[in-house]
Design a protein around this ligand. Structure first.
Ligand code: BES
Ligand code: MN
Ligand code: ZN
Length: 495
């Protein structure tokens, strides 16, 4: 699936390009162009148009068929940060009216920010906001068969230093868009088998090793959770092991891959099911993250574990009250077949333990309760190692993906005690602290080494076009994980 092929971002020196756009920031007294290259700014023109340089506000100074000179607000000059630059880039992308635009980068990024990181954030904003999933839209009359290619020039006297940042932004944005494509695809055409094939082809083309287990191998490997969830569906399960790098103690990434979650026999409501093709966002994130690390040639060793199932009701489905045995031998009483994510993650986390990981991070659209607690822009993070959680939160802050640390209280562990098995798959009645009991359940299967669990039920999908997001799948987590892992490989020289 080609992504953003119609949009090119290149960095150029002023000599190479003379058509210019401009960043505009607010000082306490006036508006000013953030670049000295632009010369004097027509403040009166801006004031007449009621342009106040709010983050992401945009204004077209002049446009022809082939060129726009666009001004984009950056907010208060002392407060410009990476997310503001990302939003400014996104807003620039949304206000395009021509095929070629140019933005001045010199002094665009305030001194306190790293110039290259600023340029990276800005380009990420442009590319992520330009994403579209048009595969199933008919072309309307008069619409051109192909999009006219768009070009953006980042004009800077430091252009050569920006090229690596632009490359990084392109790799990251492409990967986020791959995750979005996997999730936006309707569930009937993105089954476990199709996901496994698509992801393998994609990763292998980037030199990443992928092993696919089919249903027979899954049974042989005793993945009782995966088998239990997939039993109600005519679509057989798959399990992916993705390997990048050769180190002995890898970073293990685990992603929930429920290609459709009907709830099973504990059936969801009609409206509750509408967006449940999104339930493989954790899986899509793991695939996209590892592919991005490979493109960036990150010096790190990562293993991705991706259980893939479809959760459906039928005569062969797992019934409430049934008992499953997970890979690590623990037994689980399934009281609600809609709490299926934790069942397949139980197997994947058990396998993670066997790999002697340096850290394990799982990502899952796990609980509706997490959306109640944190809404649609913040993910919950839980785990057994505060340093790991803090490092992930910092990576999230740099990437504009907010993670909020929630507890795993041992006093709630009793809520997942089962009458007849080792644990049950739901917590206290009434769904009290549903996100935390899901986390406590996972902890039973998680490595004794460092482990973090990210519940991204909210931010995996956006209901509106806003900032870097388009309505639909968000590709949440990819940028945070790539940032975290890239920094990890630089600081952890001991491995
Ligand atoms: N995939 C859902 C969680 C979810 C809900 C994600 C809404 C995104 C939007 C998960 O499998 C689920 O159904 N969880 C149940 C757990 C409950 C039965 C203990 C939930 O949250 O209701
Ligand atoms: Mn469910
Ligand atoms: Zn689910």
């Amino acid at each position: 699936m080609p992504i953003n092929t119609s949009l090119t971002v290149v960095s150029k020196t002023p000599q190479e390009v003379f058509e210019l756009g401009v960043g505009i920031a607010k000082t306490p007294t006036t508006l000013r162009a953030t670049s000295q290259l632009i010369g004097r700014l027509d403040v009166e023109f801006l004031n007449n148009r009621k342009f106040s340089a709010k983050v992401g506000e945009s204004i077209v100074f002049a446009s022809t068929d082939s060129l726009a000179v666009v001004g984009v607000g950056l907010g208060e000059v002392t407060r410009i940060d990476l997310e503001g630059l990302r939003k400014a880039g996104a807003s620039l992308a949304r206000s395009f009216c021509s095929t070629r635009s140019a933005v001045l980068m010199d002094d665009f990024v305030p001194k306190k920010l790293d110039f290259r990181q600023g340029a990276q954030a800005f380009v990420e904003g442009i590319l992520l906001a330009s994403y579209e999933f048009k595969k199933y839209k008919s072309k309307s009359d008069g619409e051109e068969a192909t999009d006219s290619p768009k070009e953006i020039f980042l004009v800077s006297s430091q252009a050569p230093q920006l090229r690596a940042a632009v490359f990084r932004a392109i790799c990251l944005s492409d990967s986020v868009c791959i995750a979005r494509d996997l999730v936006n695809e309707p569930a009937s055409s993105m089954t476990p088998q199709v996901f496994a094939r698509t992801a393998s082809e994609y990763l292998q083309a980037r030199g990443v090793e992928v092993e696919v287990w089919d249903e027979k191998r899954i049974a042989k490997e005793k993945l009782g959770g995966v088998i239990g969830v997939s039993k109600g569906s005519i679509e057989p399960p798959r399990f992916l092991t993705i390997k990048y790098g050769t180190g002995k103690t890898p970073i293990v990434l685990v992603g929930k891959g429920v290609t459709f979650d009907s709830g099973g026999l504990s059936l969801k409501t009609a409206s509750g099911m509408e967006t449940m093709k999104t339930d493989m966002s954790g899986a899509a994130c793991v695939v996209a993250t590892i592919s991005c690390l490979a493109q960036l040639k990150a010096k790190v060793s990562v293993v991705g574990l991706v259980p893939l199932v479809e959760n459906m009701p039928s005569g062969s489905a797992t019934k409430p009250g049934d008992v499953l045995k997970a890979r690590n031998g623990k037994t689980i009483e399934v009281l609600n077949t809609d709490a299926e994510g934790r069942l397949i993650l139980a197997d994947a986390l058990s396998i993670a333990c066997e790999l002697d990981p340096v850290v394990t991070i799982d990502l899952a659209t796990l609980t509706g309760a997490c959306i109640v607690a944190l809404g649609d822009r913040i993910a919950g993070i839980m785990g057994n190692d505060n340093q790991l959680i803090e490092a992930l939160k910092r990576a999230g802050d740099r990437s504009g993906e907010e993670l909020w640390h929630l507890p795993l209280p041992s006093k709630y562990r009793k809520h997942i005690d089962s009458e007849i098995a080792d644990v049950k798959n739901v917590g206290a009645s009434g769904g009290q602290a549903g996100t935390l009991t899901a986390g406590l359940f996972l902890q039973e299967f998680a490595p004794t080494s460092k482990w973090a669990h990210i519940d991204m039920a909210g931010p995996a999908r956006s209901t509106i076009d806003e900032g870097v997001y388009k309505k639909g799948a968000s590709g949440f987590g990819v940028r945070t994980l790539v940032d975290f892992i890239s920094n990890y490989s630089q600081t952890a020289k001991t491995r």
